[in-house]
Write a protein that binds this ligand. Sequence first.
Ligand code: PLP
Length: 398
Amino acid sequence: MAKKHRFDTMAVKGGYGWDEQLRYRTMAPPLIQSAVFPYESAEWAADLYSYKIEGFAYGRINNPTNDIFEKRMALLEGTEAALGTSSGMAAIFMVAHHLVQSGEEITSSIRVYGGTQQLFAQSMPRMGIKTNWVVEPDKIEAWEKAITPKTKLLHVESPSNPNLFVADIPAIAELAKSKGLPLMIDNTICTPALMRPAEMGADIIIHSATKFISGNATSLSGVICAKKEFIDHVRHIGYRNIGPSISPFNAWLCLLGLDSLSLRMKKHSDNAMAVAKFLQKHPKIEAVSYPGLESHPQHKAAKKTMSGYSSMLSFNVAGGLEGARTAIDNLSIAVHTTHLGSSQTVAIQPAATTHYQLGPEERAKAGVPENMIRYSAGLEDPEDLIEDLENALSHVKG
Ligand SMILES: Cc1ncc(COP(=O)(O)O)c(C=O)c1O
């Protein structure tokens, strides 16, 4: 598509418009399940390998189906280019690996997904890379303090999983610019349907496409969106050498998911708001965190940065660990598993599962109490979700 269209049109046609449809004679993007691609001539192959021309050299570097997914994601995020990865973690790792070398540092909000925390705290130090954590990421002074002369990358997850910290992205982007540092935003929870970090000054946007982008828990996948020069460098150096490519089948499933992204994000947001309001009044709930509630500590930042509040909320159940366990075990519509952003509602107790490895001290710093339940509202009828919660909470000792 030469002309730039509006969001929903790009979500169904981006990267695969009329010209491509005529070339492949398919309405939906084709699934090119091939690891290799025949070359036109010796000269063509030589030009391809010396980057004089663009084309498909080998499936670890690119693939026609992946290319459509990447083009569509770049259009939706408003960046020049994108790169599909085998998972969200692979996307974060590839960015960090590309920008930060041994002896250098990352500055990151401490309010991040447990896997990201472990990547930065456990795996990156093995490569000589240290992370300076911003324990109060709502304070710009805290970011300034955590940046050292060795810092090469700033990382923010907003809203964060599981405790829904919402960052003032424009303010952090301004600081990043003033220091000449790249800012990476994990936009998994909002997706570009609800938040567009590039318009707020972010340089690199990553996703766990495993979540809302594919949309129904079928495929592990990720994506990096950024300037073309950056994406080309990552693709032709770390990505090619390390091999964290997205499988064409998963890129294809993500493309199918993108068709309905903004419709789904609206319904997820409406359902989560209905559930959050119900829980807020429930006597067996000690606290509810949802960026759409006025009681949320960063509600102002959420209003400023997000056009909807997404599916995820967290709540603390009365009765500590036991109360949360009882509630989880008595849910029957919400699936008990480690996922979010799927068409089916999901619930989990992060302190005992996704954040277990952090240990009690780190969990306290990351704001993950043991009676917290993380809940991702799916696309079911909100009345059924509320009845399911009402029944589960009736088993919790008051
Ligand atoms: C916010 C966020 N970022 C990154 C990841 C990692 O994504 P993946 O599981 O696709 O590697 C997750 C996974 O839950 C996540 O919630």
